[in-house]
Write a new protein. Structure first.
Length: 313
């Protein structure tokens, strides 16, 4: 019997990463023919493509002829960008520019994933029309990437998003989930940042926004330019850690709020809240409440198995 392959085709870069996996799954489960590509962790599930190799990028796009490309691949760890600026610029800027050119060549709608770190955090909430002023090199490379894709392909959408969490393969995959060990080991006190205001956002919600944007674009060619999406619960890392503890009935008295601005690592904006009304007015978006989303994400990493039995049985 012939397998019915959906006629709408989407290519996802960075499909092995936290966001990319969710985006792949979202399109795949909603009647799209999705192909994911990755690099180090690609095989066997995804195509192995080095995005810095223009020929490889050209070939997969011309062979697959996607209608939509969601570009999730990036170096997104601010401290790594500071220590490896050239490599980060290659991936965040040069590879993005090339992808935009290739997308234009086959008439594909490109969604470039960007960040709230393009803003300096001094006057939130930020609309798409507000002037960016990144404080760190990560924000600068992502802003340069935005400009590069829009210059090379004016049919592109830029989607700026804040700190992400979701179903992780390792706790270190997200700046939110990485706190779980500190929460669980309540025998030693842990200092938690209580200065920077964050808006933790579930990758499933971002994935849904990408799909809704793509589907709306297939009907309406005016869907392009810059968009913002974000969770709407404002929390510092300390408050997230307390919410995580609360979600799993764990103590939080060992967590110590630190209200000074951090002195080590890349500079961070104090509050880069994104105004999401542009997408909301298009009827696009979904938001998972933080406690529900974080419980689902961290559940497999819970150390005390007895607790599992009491709550869910």
């Amino acid at each position: 019997e012939d397998v019915d392959i959906p006629s709408r085709r989407v290519l996802i870069t960075g499909a092995t990463g936290l966001l990319g996996r969710a985006v792949f799954k979202e399109f795949n489960e909603n009647n799209w023919n999705a192909v994911g590509c990755g690099y180090r962790r690609a095989q066997p599930r995804f195509e192995q493509i080095n995005l810095l190799d223009p020929i490889a990028v050209h070939d997969i796009i011309h062979d697959f002829q996607p209608h939509v490309i969601v570009h999730c691949a990036a170096e997104r760890r601010p401290d790594v960008v500071e220590s490896q600026p050239d490599a980060a610029s290659q991936l965040n800027v040069a590879a993005s520019a090339n992808l935009a050119k290739e997308a234009a060549g086959v008439g594909a709608f490109l969604i470039y994933i960007s960040t709230d770190y393009v803003f300096d955090g001094t006057s939130p909430p930020y609309k798409e029309t507000d002037v960016p002023n990144p404080l760190n090199l990560y924000g600068k490379t992502k802003l340069e990437g935005e400009k590069a894709v829009l210059e090379n392909n004016e049919e592109t959408a830029v989607l700026r998003i804040p700190v992400l969490y979701g179903e992780v393969e390792r706790l270190e995959e997200s700046a939110v989930t990485v706190m779980f060990d500190k929460v669980q080991f309540s025998n030693k006190s842990a200092n938690m940042d209580h200065w920077q205001q964050r808006f933790p956002t579930n990758v499933k919600d971002v994935a849904a926004v990408c799909r809704q944007l793509a589907e709306k674009r297939m009907l309406d060619p005016s869907i392009k330019g810059i968009f913002h999406w974000s969770g709407n619960e404002q929390m510092t890392k300390y408050e997230m850690a307390c919410a995580i503890a609360d979600a799993f009935n764990l103590p939080s008295s060992h967590l110590r709020p630190i209200t000074d601005s951090p002195v080590v690592g890349a500079l961070r904006p104090k509050n880069a809240q994104l105004d999401c009304s542009k997408l909301e007015m298009l009827g696009i978006g979904q938001r998972t409440p933080f406690r529900a989303g974080i419980r689902e994400s961290l559940w497999p990493f819970l150390i005390d198995k007895r607790w599992r039995q009491t709550v869910f049985h």
